[in-house]
Design a protein around this ligand. Structure first.
Ligand SMILES: Cc1cc2nc3c(=O)[nH]c(=O)nc-3n(C[C@H](O)[C@H](O)[C@H](O)COP(=O)(O)OP(=O)(O)OC[C@H]3O[C@@H](n4cnc5c(N)ncnc54)[C@H](O)[C@@H]3O)c2cc1C
Length: 401
């Protein structure tokens, strides 16, 4: 620390244009550090969900150019929801059997709900971003360079690769090998699906629900959450899209095999649930599409960063369940720390190796949240002990604070 080194011209290859990659790219751009952002997607994925940004919101704003900050409003599922209202209502956890509030978690500096697809589309504006670049491998042509090789036969060379390529990260596999990089599948049945309702029911649900997060544990060892995904036309409630997240411990062969009769299996479990959850499941149309899903996590472990040339951020570095709503916040925190480290290198205050070692240490430490979120997931299925769970002790604050 503190060694004076030659200021270094850097070129950073950011793999993955999700929340982490976009935040890294904006931060580098703001500090005039050369970068390119690549993503394997050629067309937007159909998977979509919302995230609640709380403690990392000011960090995201500091990474973005000033003129993009007002656009955060357009990343919300409900673009008419003010940050003041969202913050006042916080995150709602009910008792699934009665519908009564168990706890309302507030965050002092406020929360903003962001829809992931809108966020990727709106915030990728102005970035040097190439699609259709699926990373396959990394090679090291010289002692100070790294080359990213893509499935389309092209490659690009830079001084650093940062893997922001999500939970099943290819960069992580390049660093650690398939086995050590493999995610753990948690033993829960998991469904995550969108739905719409006739106008009168959509209005009812919108009034009943917390505008950001409305979730509940149920005594029958089950978690369910209702969320808004989109209000494409504020005046036409029949266009509004909501979604359900539901998990329960795998109980039988159908759960284990994730049999396609998902609506039937969900409905069979709804007895004893209170509104709004019970009515929503009752109203789902018979032909609703519920895809196969799994809860997968990865606990970070130290990796050899190839003399500071390769690192990870976001879900690539620590993938966790959504039960404490921390993954997106941590992705932004990683981005902010990485950009700060690169500024130190660019301005000659640290060598690349030194800066990356500090950054990597922080990422691995922040990865303690993987275990906390796993405990929170377990607690949502342990009704009797739920009040001892991390969310009661820590709210939605980052671990260690
Ligand atoms: C249902 C749900 C609810 C959640 N709720 C919250 C919440 O309330 N609060 C919160 O903080 N977090 C929440 N999270 C977690 C949060 O969404 C993630 O932690 C965050 O989006 C991770 O961003 P990322 O950029 O690391 O990864 P991703 O968003 O997965 O982005 C990875 C990108 O890499 C690209 N990619 C993948 N492989 C390659 C490759 N080989 N080559 C090139 N590109 C590649 C992908 O196309 C993708 O664009 C939730 C997650 C889920 C699923």
């Amino acid at each position: 620390m503190g060694t004076v080194v030659e200021p270094k011209p850097l070129h950073i290859i950011v793999v993955g244009a999700g929340l982490a990659g976009i935040a890294v790219a904006h931060g580098l751009r703001k500090h005039n550090i050369s970068y390119e952002l690549v993503d394997r997607e050629t067309t937007p994925r159909d998977r979509n969900w919302g995230i609640t940004l709380s403690w990392a919101l000011p960090l995201l704003e500091s990474l973005l150019p000033e003129d993009l900050i007002p656009s955060l409003q357009f990343c919300q599922p409900d673009t008419s929801l003010s940050i003041t209202d969202a913050s006042a209502q916080g995150v709602l956890i009910r008792d699934g059997a009665t519908g009564a509030t168990k706890i309302r978690v507030l965050y002092p500096s406020g929360v903003r709900r962001m829809q992931i697809q809108k966020t990727k589309r709106v915030l990728s504006s102005g970035l040097n971003l190439s699609y259709g670049k699926k990373l396959l491998s990394l090679t090291y042509p010289t002692p100070s360079t790294v080359r990213a090789n893509f499935a389309d036969g092209t490659s690009t060379t830079g001084s650093v690769v940062i893997g922001c390529d999500g939970g099943s990260s290819q960069v992580r596999k390049c660093l650690l090998g398939e086995n050590l990089a493999a995610q753990e599948v948690l033993p829960y049945a998991f469904m995550n699906f969108p739905f719409s309702l006739p106008a009168d029911k959509a209005i009812w649900l919108d009034e009943q629900m917390n505008p950001s997060v409305d979730v509940a544990p149920h005594p029958k060892s089950m978690y369910m959450g209702l969320f808004l995904l989109d209000k494409p036309d504020l005046e036409r409630p029949e266009t509004w899209v909501f979604y359900v997240l539901v998990t329960w411990p795998i109980q039988d062969k159908e759960d284990e095999e994730n049999a396609p009769n998902r609506l039937e299996r969900l409905r069979a479990k709804m007895e004893g649930w209170a509104d709004p959850y019970r009515s929503v499941v009752e109203w789902l149309s018979e032909d609703i599409s519920i895809g196969a899903d799994q809860l997968r996590i990865w606990h970070p472990r130290k990796w050899d960063n190839r003399e500071g040339r390769v690192t990870l951020a976001g879900d690539a570095a620590h993938s966790m369940t959504f039960h404490r709503g921390q993954g997106g916040n941590l992705a932004i925190k990683d981005a902010d720390e990485f950009v700060k480290a690169m500024v130190e290198v660019k301005e000659g205050r640290m060598s690349l190796k030194e800066a990356m070692e500090g950054y990597d240490r922080g990422v691995v430490e922040r990865g303690e949240e993987v275990e906390i979120s796993r405990l929170q997931a377990a607690a949502f299925h342990d009704y009797e002990n739920f009040d001892n769970s991390p969310v009661f002790k820590m709210g939605i604050k980052p671990a260690g604070k």
